[in-house]
Design a protein around this ligand. Structure first.
Ligand code: PBG
Length: 323
């Protein structure tokens, strides 16, 4: 008798496929990144990210509640200030847009979701880098750490449950952990953007936050060809006190996600970033891809690689589909 082995038996009906499915994708595993713009009087569309907007404080509240009702596991907030300076002072100001919006959402949602904040200066600096610059115009690691410590306290005090340091400065997790603990904010968690690559796929995000960056971030974000370096970054962040670690971007780095999942004793997140979103949206808008099927396949593949959590602009919509 040939064929002797028939794996297709386990694919015969939807019920059979459901029974033997290896990978789960649940709404609680999805985190929705959201943008809020200071002084905006109406939500502003982001052209390269169809369906994503820069929110006003009011529209943010409403969209956040809707996302939580759809079942997402958490929200990750980014602020777009009206004015920027070299020091990124809007980031540490309790009245800065990101901190104000955190307070809005915490008072609206309490502990009904996990509220996260991007702990990074690039939205707040007039040069667009993730840190402050030294006299030669290079990103000054240790001077930046001092600002991150202050920014972290401001965000935690404003109501963030979890901080997401995304600037790839050496020592950022340790400095933030210590700063929080020193002022009694020891229950605020840290989701470390541990392995973050200098990626062309961040393109649409630059539009989303009106980035002022000229040049690139290659002195702090990793080269795309490096894998071993990612594991070192993850180990350092764990040693410094990270509660969760992240790999970013997701799709071109699924091998890194898998390697991270193999060594990490804490939850691993992957960020399905703006360019990954834009590619699918553009192709779907042209009728070249089936949007819903493609999105679910993308998210499932990130889970299959080993990510416990996925940051994705599709979080609320996908949560509704999965429900
Ligand atoms: C830095 C930050 C970036 C993203 C998240 N946090 C931009 C960058 O590093 O250039 C990108 C997210 C995306 O592309 O969806 N604050």
């Amino acid at each position: 008798m040939f064929p002797e082995h028939r794996p297709r038996r386990l694919r015969t009906t939807p019920a059979m496929r459901r029974l033997v499915g290896e990978t789960t994708l649940r709404p609680r595993q999805l985190i929705l990144p959201m943008f809020v713009a200071e002084g905006a009087d109406a939500p502003r569309p982001i052209a390269s990210m169809p369906g994503v907007v820069q929110h006003t404080r009011e529209s943010l509240r409403k969209a956040a509640v809707d996302a939580v009702n759809a079942g997402v596991g958490g929200l990750m907030l980014f602020g777009i200030p009206k004015t920027r300076d070299a020091a990124g002072s809007g980031a540490v100001d309790p009245d800065g847009i990101l901190n104000v919006a955190l307070r809005d959402l915490r008072s609206e949602l309490g502990d009904a979701t996990v509220l996260m904040a991007d702990t990074c200066l690039d939205e707040f600096t007039d040069h667009g880098h993730c840190g402050v610059l030294d006299a030669d115009g290079a990103v000054d690691n240790d001077a930046t750490l001092r600002v991150y410590a202050e920014m972290a306290i401001a965000q935690a005090e404003a109501g963030a449950h979890v901080l997401g340091p995304s600037g790839m400065m050496d020592g950022q997790i340790g400095v933030i952990r210590r700063a929080l603990d020193e002022v009694g904010l020891s229950s605020t968690g840290i989701l470390a953007y541990s392995a973050k690559y200098a990626s062309a796929f961040y393109g649409p995000f630059r539009e989303a936050v009106d980035s002022q960056l000229k040049g690139d971030r290659k002195t702090y974000q990793q080269d795309s060809g490096n894998a071993r370096e990612a594991l070192r970054e993850i180990e350092l962040d764990l040693a410094e006190g990270a509660d969760m670690v992240m790999v970013k971007p997701a799709l071109s780095y699924l091998d890194i996600v898998k390697a991270a999942a193999e060594i990490s004793p804490v939850p691993v997140a992957a960020y399905n970033i703006s360019g990954e979103y834009a590619m699918v949206e553009a192709a779907a808008a042209n009728g070249w891809l089936d949007r819903e099927r493609t999105v679910l396949e993308v998210l499932t593949s990130i889970r299959r690689a080993g990510a416990d959590l996925i940051l994705t602009y599709w979080a609320a919509e996908a949560a509704a589909w999965l429900d």
